[in-house]
Design a protein around this ligand. Structure first.
Ligand code: AKG
Ligand code: FE2
Length: 210
């Protein structure tokens, strides 16, 4: 693992946990019924949470078949199903606040948490929508909390056409992909040519969305 994330000095000694959502969330409508909500600086105490998750989460390397070959997935993973305890109480708090904020619009709670660890600039996620489950056919939401080194989250309309949008998601920031985003848009976190420290992404999803 290359590099150490330099935490923010302002965060030292901060009470850990999510701040308010409410009026701090900024929505951007995208084409085709998709939207993005942004809440920069959502998590206080993000340095301490980053350190705990690095140490406590049983990060797994995965291999997946790509055409004829089996290749390493270029990031480490952990998945917490709806009956499994989350690895940190701050994540329970974050999930419950997201549910409280979005419940009327989403119609159901956030239930699962997927974690990715991008160890350095060579880790990435290729263009995809979260379409293994209901995201393939239904509007839904995927809420992502980012910790550690900022990385761009890129979005483009599925099937081409239209410019690629770039969101620079930093330490403690929240981004929510909503509406038809998983089926009408694709997202990616590209590799970088510059050396980068580690980033952790926590994705909260409703039941049956993967
Ligand atoms: O790293 C991120 O924030 C995005 C991860 C992602 O798209 C996924 O796990 O489906
Ligand atoms: Fe995704």
């Amino acid at each position: 693992m290359n590099g150490v994330f330099q935490g923010s000095l302002l965060d030292v000694g901060a009470e850990g946990g999510p701040r308010g959502l409410g009026a701090h969330v900024r929505r951007t409508p995208l084409a085709h019924g998709a939207w993005i909500d942004l809440r920069p600086g959502w998590l206080a105490g993000a340095d301490a949470l980053f350190t705990r998750l690095m140490a406590d989460v049983p990060w797994r390397a995965e291999r997946r078949r790509m055409y004829e070959r089996v290749v390493d997935v270029p990031r480490l993973l952990a998945f917490y199903g709806e009956t499994e305890p989350l690895p940190d109480p701050v994540l329970d708090e974050a999930r419950d606040l997201l549910t409280a904020h979005y419940r009327d619009e989403l119609g159901e709670p956030f239930r699962t948490a997927g974690l990715c660890l991008y160890r350095d600039e060579n880790d990435s996620v290729a263009w995809h929508g979260d379409r293994i489950g209901r995201g393939r056919s239904e509007d839904t939401m995927v809420a992502i909390v980012s910790l550690g080194t900022p990385r761009p989250l890129l979005l483009r309309p599925a099937g081409g056409g239209g410019p690629t949008l770039r969101y620079d998601i930093g330490h403690g920031d929240l981004i929510v992909m909503g509406g038809s985003c998983q089926r009408t848009w694709e997202h990616a976190v590209p590799k970088s040519a510059r050396p980068l420290g580690p980033r952790i992404s926590v994705q909260f999803r409703p039941r049956g969305v993967r």
